[in-house]
Design a protein around this ligand. Structure first.
Ligand code: ADP
Ligand code: ZN
Ligand code: ZN
Length: 810
């Protein structure tokens, strides 16, 4: 008899496997999904190993096999183990990243007729037993639940166990069916006017604050909202909705949801262009690597090329080469909705051979897609970070576009993995080649390219189109000088003039500001009181289109008070600039200009991104105003002017990556200019033109930025010279939060000191955003060559979040 080491789907199972004995009737394979008894329940598990001896004396038996085919390949299991160890995540959770969508389902136990039932003497049976046998003859199988429904629980169990004992029926265990989500979503409507709802909300605010919040939210939206979204945004449960329904204030109604049309669009095949010499050189090395089987280590290329230098073309050719060699590829993009043009290029180069993974697919659709990928139906799988776990067979090439993007890090839930790190490990296990591409590589990636861990490939120049190939000129405007000259407008004189010229030439402009809303805070002129979110302590932003104050952290909304809550004064002033204010100002200064805004406030609906982009591409608008959404890989040939309203928005965050991020954002936004036949021009407004990130940004000087950053990093021992781990504890009570943080800090301190570990402990201290959604947040940062080692055998109490190699530290 053999034994299986199984990763069990239970929060208490942690990073280890459990030993189970294998019944002789079962032929178990590594990678198979099974049912196992765990405590008093039967849970899902994955077989990680088959052994001759169990790790413990007493073992239970594997209860059943979920699927005869292994759900994970050996490489995937190895990857799951690595993720579990590296990110300190439960082993099953790590494996779950690679399981088919909707895998985590309940167990059902259907009954079937046994072969004996056809010959058995029926006379001795009760009428209920006969009835059940008849039903089985008709339906093939019947679940216990269905029998219980027909006969009642007690009788059902009796009849079933009698038939089982007589050997007339058999019992099996299987997963309940994948529930294909209906394409109809319930929407929540107000049953009364917005004004009435607002009044009701004020009346209810003390007695039933959740009902008040939901009413306020709906009143502010002014249109029906998906029920789940409304519940999430207003932080309330179904019971709140029910209460308001009973009061006749709201009602729900099903609305048909459309699928993303991008998936069904016809892409016309195109003839690839002749490569430039630089592209040829880069491709040559990737091709050579693809053809060469490797025994150990991954081949990783960093394709460093300015925006518009032809990186995507290199990806396409490399993929074509992989396909020609009988292999397949995975392409990661920061966000599907924001990179429609990139997706289109892949889809038209490999017609019908590209799968696009999309979070907006229903569970059923995701499941179908997963199955087809596993069967090898696609040459290329494209998607955001989770696509790295697609079951792509004979994987030969992994491409990560815009590899510096922060969206590749999972920050919300465990395992908090970085898709780039996972890709490197996967490549090592599968022999695939990795290509990381960026115009502004992550400082850590560039460091690896400098030290030889990655191969550096460069595309130093923009592709020439109509004689223009240079990067756009960047002009820095010192806003302090503008103030001195008496210009208090949000636009410098230079930018105002440039906008006028662009409009006169019938060309297009982009204005970029990394903040939504109209005014970013609201303050009393008399006592200085600033209106803040009660749950996050963050100043509320005024949104003129909705006439609402909004918390950008938790989306709490309220109307603007008539009186200052501090001193009852009526003199309330609005300060700070957001995208809506930029829009208003342009409309005021340049009346009649056709404007488009692209930020989170206008992109909630399905396909809204595509609609805005199409409109702008068709030149149905002159100026596009947006947040970093417009910074991604868009190719907008008629844009000749890019104005950055403020380059300082993220510069002063207390984070060691703030300078690097500012530089990346500047370069990306600037890269939108002059991609067509007319030269581009970029105007950057700042109060700190002397800051290295801004000064180098203005010169497109990544090399200097890198030199500066790497010196800082070395001085402070920040990555890549050390690794970080961030431990976060949150609690609704400030004192408890602080006490727990200090307690764990002392435990860590003791361990570090007693074992003489080379680890710096930073904190414990409140985080920059000290309070989010009503919970206080304290943090301890570990810095050293191997902070995971310290944490691995230290059982952190419940409620702590561990983030290995954190990206954001605020
Ligand atoms: P990146 O990904 O570096 O921003 P792209 O691959 O998107 O650059 O190239 C920029 C533009 O130049 C695109 O419109 C692309 O179609 C075009 N292009 C790329 N390579 C060539 C080439 N070898 N010849 C002509 N046009 C090219
Ligand atoms: Zn006041
Ligand atoms: Zn808030």
């Amino acid at each position: 008899m053999g034994y299986a080491e199984v990763a069990v789907n239970s929060p208490v199972a942690q990073r280890r496997t459990f030993s189970y004995s294998i019944p002789s009737s079962v032929d178990l394979k590594v990678g198979q999904a099974v049912w196992v008894p765990f405590g008093s329940r039967v849970l899902q598990g994955i077989v990680f190993e088959l052994t001759d001896y169990p790790a413990v004396e007493e073992t239970k038996e594997v209860a059943g096999v979920i699927d005869p085919r292994p759900v994970l390949s050996p490489a995937q299991m190895e990857l799951a183990r690595w993720i579990s160890e590296y990110y300190l995540a439960p082993l099953f959770d790590a494996a779950a990243l690679m399981l088919p969508p909707g895998f985590e389902r309940k167990l059902v136990t259907p009954f079937h007729l046994s072969p004996e039932s056809s010959t058995a003497a029926v006379n001795s049976l009760t009428s209920e037993q006969k009835q059940l046998l008849n039903r089985l003859r008709k339906e093939g199988k019947v679940t216990q639940r269905a029998v219980e429904k027909a006969l009642g629980r007690k009788k059902a169990r009796m009849v079933l166990s009698q038939l089982l004992r007589k050997g007339l029926v058999t019992k099996s265990q299987e997963l309940e069916k994948v529930k294909v989500k209906p394409k109809v979503l319930p929407y929540l409507h107000l049953a009364v006017e917005a004004g009435v709802a607002q009044q009701e909300a004020e009346r209810l605010v003390n007695k039933a604050p959740r009902q008040a919040a939901l009413l306020e939210f709906l009143a502010s939206k002014r249109r029906p909202t998906p029920l789940e979204e409304a519940k999430r945004e207003a932080h309330c449960a179904s019971i709140t909705v029910k209460a308001l329904e009973d009061k006749g204030l709201v009602f729900t109604e099903g609305v048909q949801v459309l699928r993303d049309p991008l998936l069904h669009r016809i892409f016309s095949p195109v003839t690839p262009p002749t490569l430039t010499a630089a592209q040829e050189a880069a491709l040559y090395q990737i091709q050579a690597s693809l053809r060469q089987p490797r025994k150990d280590g991954a081949a990783v290329f960093l394709l460093y090329g300015v925006t518009g230098s032809g990186k995507t073309e290199v990806y396409l050719r490399a993929l074509a080469e992989a396909v020609a060699l009988g292999k397949r590829g995975i392409v990661l993009v920061p966000e599907i909705a924001l990179t429609p043009q990139t997706i289109e290029r892949f889809a038209s180069r490999f017609p019908h051979r590209v799968a696009i993974l999309h979070s907006q697919l229903s569970l059923g659709e995701q499941f179908d897609e997963w199955q087809r990928i596993r069967e090898g139906a696609f040459d290329v799988v494209i998607g955001p970070r989770g696509a790295i776990f697609a079951p792509q067979p004979s994987l030969g090439l992994i491409i990560i576009d815009e590899e510096h993007e922060w969206t590749y890090k999972q920050e919300e839930q465990s395992p908090r993995y970085h898709a780039r790190k996972v890709a490197l490990k996967l490549a090592e296990l599968s022999g695939a080649v990795v290509v990381l591409g960026s115009a502004t590589p992550d400082v850590e990636s560039f460091h690896h390219a400098q030290t030889g861990r990655y191969h550096l490939l460069q595309l130093p120049q923009r592709i020439t189109r109509g004689g223009v190939s240079s990067l756009p000129e960047i002009e820095l405007v010192d806003m302090r000088q503008e103030l001195k000259a008496g210009n208090r407008s949000i636009f410098s004189r230079s930018l105002t003039k440039a906008i006028a010229e662009t409009l006169a030439a019938n060309e297009q402009a982009i204005l970029f500001l990394n903040r939504r809303g109209t005014y970013t805070f609201v303050q009393c002129r008399d006592c200085g009181f600033v209106l803040r979110c009660r749950r996050c302590d963050l100043p509320l932003t005024y949104h003129a289109t909705e006439e609402m104050l909004v918390c950008h952290q938790c989306n709490y909304r309220r109307s603007v008070p008539l009186h200052c809550p501090g001193c009852r004064s009526k003199r309330i002033k609005f300060l700070g600039v957001g995208t809506q204010r930029v829009e208003e100002e342009v409309a005021r200064i340049f009346p009649g200009t056709r404007l488009l805004r692209w930020d989170r406030d206008v992109t909630r609906g399905k396909n809204s991104h595509q609609r805005i982009l199409d409109k702008f591409l068709a030149h149905q608008a002159d100026i596009l105003i947006g947040t970093q959404m417009i910074a991604k890989g868009l190719d907008l040939p008629e844009v000749t002017l890019v104005g950055i309203i403020s380059a300082d928005t993220i510069l002063h965050f207390p984070e060691f990556r703030a300078g690097e991020r500012t530089f990346q954002l500047l370069s990306q936004v600037a890269g939108r200019a002059g991609r067509g036949s007319s030269p581009g021009r970029v105007i950057v407004q700042t109060y700190t033109p002397e800051h290295y990130a801004i000064a180098y940004g203005a010169k497109h000087d990544y090399a200097s930025l890198y030199q500066q950053e790497i010196v800082f990093r070395q001085q402070h021992g920040d990555p890549p010279f050390n690794r970080l781990a961030s431990l976060i504890y949150t609690h609704t009570n400030a004192d408890i939060c602080q006490r727990e943080a200090k307690r764990v800090y002392h435990r860590l301190r003791e361990k570090v000191d007693s074992e003489g570990m080379n680890i710096t402990l930073i904190g414990p201290c409140p985080m920059f955003f000290q309070k989010v959604r009503g919970r206080f947040r304290w943090q301890i940062i570990l810095r050293g060559s191997d902070p995971v080692h310290l944490l691995a055998d230290l059982r952190l109490p419940q409620g702590w979040v561990v983030d290995i190699d954190p990206i954001g530290l605020l």
